[in-house]
Design a protein around this ligand. Structure first.
Ligand code: COA
Length: 278
């Protein structure tokens, strides 16, 4: 199917097979969805069809009960995502750019709030929309050759896929504005130092490490993982007092699950829990 005919209107419950995508790959192994942005000739830049396909992929992650964790990466050794596809900017006016930004926001919010942990495995350049895509993931690990930045200012624009909002929330206002105003790229070790990524590993270790982290999460209770992400994501936009009320509500909800009985029972019986996600 040509990418141009893909539509976000497709049922979110549809589980994608690899053949339905042209700009990404979607592979599912042992409850982990591997999503690979696959436009290496343009360093995996995000054009409109790629945004549509990513939307479908993350709807599948959200709706497929057999998927517990997603790992997002870029094809090749050079780039995670080198940003929005700049070719699409030339014909774009103000109204179109505003709509493009809103479409990106919808996708990146879906990534952030799909109810499953999404690990960004940053394997090279994560610039502009690539950095913003990584920011929307639950957490980020990087290869030693990864490079991060928000270079939009060099194009005469500002970040439009959430960078002005998620970056200061993650690394602080001053550091975020330094990156956004200089357009400078930083290396993986600096990204680690400022908390933009959680870990840096050798390139060959990136996907195995992401998978190991995914498997650790999969061993835990699925609903508790969902509620933890919800508590943190929604709590970040609340006052502390509101966030604590929200936490208490979700903490209470955990006590309505069979997995809470399984987890506490297994501890007391000194055995490994078998969580079922109910
Ligand atoms: N959109 C469209 N095409 C892009 C792109 C983007 N964001 N980033 C890279 N490409 C293309 C290049 O035009 C080039 O295409 P070509 O082979 O037809 O000339 C190809 O990808 C390889 O990139 P190149 O610039 O030759 O690689 P490099 O190693 O010299 O430089 C970067 C790598 C990432 C520093 C450089 O490509 C770059 O600055 N990209 C744009 C980053 C950016 O501004 N992103 C924010 C966009 S809002």
């Amino acid at each position: 199917m040509p990418a141009s005919t893909l539509s976000c209107a497709v049922s979110g419950a549809e589980v994608m097979s690899a053949s339905t995508y042209e700009n990404i790959r979607y592979d599912k192994t042992n409850q982990v969805a591997f999503i690979t942005i696959a436009r290496p000739k343009v360093l995996n830049a995000l054009n409109a069809p790629t945004l549509q396909e990513l939307t479908r992929a993350f709807q599948a992650v959200r709706d497929d009960e057999d998927v517990r964790v997603a790992i997002l990466t870029g094809e090749g050794e050079k780039a995670f995502v080198a940003g929005a596809d700049i070719n699409e900017f030339t014909a774009l006016g103000a109204v179109g750019a505003n709509a493009l930004s809103a479409r990106g926001h919808a996708l990146f919010s879906l990534v952030e709030n799909c109810g499953k942990p999404v690990i960004a495995a940053v394997n090279g350049f994560a610039l502009g929309g690539g950095d913003e895509l990584a920011l929307s993931c639950t957490f980020r690990i990087a290869s030693e050759n990864a490079r991060f930045g928000q270079p939009e200012i060099k194009l005469g624009i500002i970040p439009g896929y959430g960078g002005t909002q998620r970056l200061p929330r993650l690394i602080g206002k001053g550091r975020a504005l330094q990156l956004i105003l200089t357009g400078d790229m930083i290396k993986a070790d600096e990204a680690l130092r400022i908390g933009l990524v959680n870990e840096v590993v050798a390139a060959a270790e990136l996907l195995p490490r992401a998978e190991a982290l995914a498997n650790k999460i999969i061993a835990n209770a699925p609903l508790a993982a969902r509620y933890a992400i919800q508590a943190v994501n929604q709590g970040m936009d609340m006052t502390l007092a509101e966030g604590l009320v929200h936490e208490a509500a979700l903490f209470g909800l955990c006590f309505a699950t069979a997995d809470k009985n399984e987890g506490t029972g297994a501890f007391l019986e000194k055995r490994a829990p078998k969580f079922k996600g109910v």
